[in-house]
Design a protein around this ligand. Sequence first.
Ligand SMILES: Cc1cc2nc3c(=O)[nH]c(=O)nc-3n(C[C@H](O)[C@H](O)[C@H](O)COP(=O)(O)OP(=O)(O)OC[C@H]3O[C@@H](n4cnc5c(N)ncnc54)[C@H](O)[C@@H]3O)c2cc1C
Length: 497
Amino acid sequence: MEAPDVLLIGSGIMSSTLAVMLKRLDPWLRLQVIEVAPSLASEASDGWNNAGTGHAGVCEISYTPHRDASGRVPVARALRIFEQFEHSKQFWGGLAVAGVIGDPTDFIHPVPHLCFVQGQENVDFLRARHEAMTAHHFFRGMNLTTDRVAIEHTTPLVMEGRAPGPVAATEGAGTEVNYGLLARRLCAWLADQDGCSVATGWKVERLRRRNGRWQVRLRHVASREVREQSTGFVFVGAGGGSLRLLQSTGLPEVAGLAGFPIGGQWLVCDDPAICSRHTAKVYGATPPSAPSLGAGHLDVRWLDGQKRLLFGPYASWTTRFLKHSGSWLDLPRSLRLHNLPSMLHTAVRNWSLVQYLISQGLQTMEQRLEALRAYYPQARLEDWRLVHAGIRVQTLKRSDRGEVSFGTEVFSPADRSLAVLLGASPGASVSVNIALDVIRSCRPEMLSTSAGQDRMRQMIPTFDQDLTRDDNATLFARTSREAEERLHLTTASCCSV
Ligand SMILES: Cc1cc2nc3c(=O)[nH]c(=O)nc-3n(C[C@H](O)[C@H](O)[C@H](O)COP(=O)(O)OP(=O)(O)OC[C@H]3O[C@@H](n4cnc5c(N)ncnc54)[C@H](O)[C@@H]3O)c2cc1C
């Protein structure tokens, strides 16, 4: 396409979400999506490459990790993520009704989100967490029990064969999402729109600012043909490929920025007799030896039309920034004199993380099974196989002074002609909010008129409301119910698969 208004790099959940949101805000926009792989959304967004959790703060202890000085558990982060996931559900629900993404039950399922702990200290913490969370209207429906029989009834695999001792679980409504399938549906709709195109097999090699526009150099992977495209606005949603593209811009803000890849692995069980006995996502307390990224969880998934169980992710060593389109040279090629101090500073300050990654990479299958048995005591090695998950490229910045935050952030230069998504978590669940933030900061004119705001309200009814406020509890209840009805999350159809 000649000189699109917006060029989006990558066809994962981030670019596809932003592209559809932009097009529905302004039907005249000319949009081009460029994907290096031969197929769409085959990297981190693909169903096999992430855990498919609709992160809403219900079961993830890492969003509420500590008590404050008064002994209460602060829940602000869980509330923020919950609200952002509400935006996602509203957006997807609206697109389902509009016929953009087909049948939502293909990619989203209602699944209880459980947090399970054992040991008196963890039980006490979970009780305090439950008390703090249920004080807010978002989490009012969350149940807590310390009754082993009740937990076994909900999640038998977790309790059968478990040693005696105090245990507790909270259960709240949650979802399992195939973000790859969703991204492919979004791209398919986009490719059908006037003025839009989605190209696969083209690699963006370089971005340069010239005469107030971005010149984008593309190379066809198969034929090696090179093309230049010019555009007013670029969104770099290239996942692990984003850092190197940002480095190619030569922008001064990039100084000190480094990326460190962390691979992932799952144990997968396909046996229908075992899979039929587990229909939940079960998270737990992060062991003291593991950072928040390391906490495994036992998840029911629907992948390639089959119900399966996945446990993990385990961290693995890699120097690739992308699972399929990457090279082992990615990490060394990203090193510059200006970002070496960020890397070294992080390694020194996070020695326990480095040790954790080394130990994860050296694990045997028996050790992996041991970690799984914390969630499924009677697990047998022969029922599980090891597969590779996606790669997260952890961004390291000079200004972080060696501290690692596993968040996601959008980088933009002062003129807002470019937005680059960096970071790891909570990722796909908050893709709708990320797209909204990109529009707010880089294309504010699209929301400055009442017509623009109305169009956004049709997509995300509460985009300009604060649902965490007590006086918005009724609004939350109404919009949440409406989104869930549109996505068929109120029926329990998934459990019969
Ligand atoms: C192990 C693991 C578990 C996770 N679990 C969850 C979870 O449970 N819930 C959740 O919400 N999130 C989860 N995430 C995070 C989530 O998967 C990511 O945040 C999200 O998929 C990122 O989407 P993306 O579109 O930015 O990247 P991607 O899906 O990686 O898409 C980037 C695309 O850009 C393409 N590309 C790269 N470079 C170029 C180039 N130069 N030219 C053209 N195309 C290019 C790639 O081929 C790729 O298709 C998990 C991630 C991992 C690794």
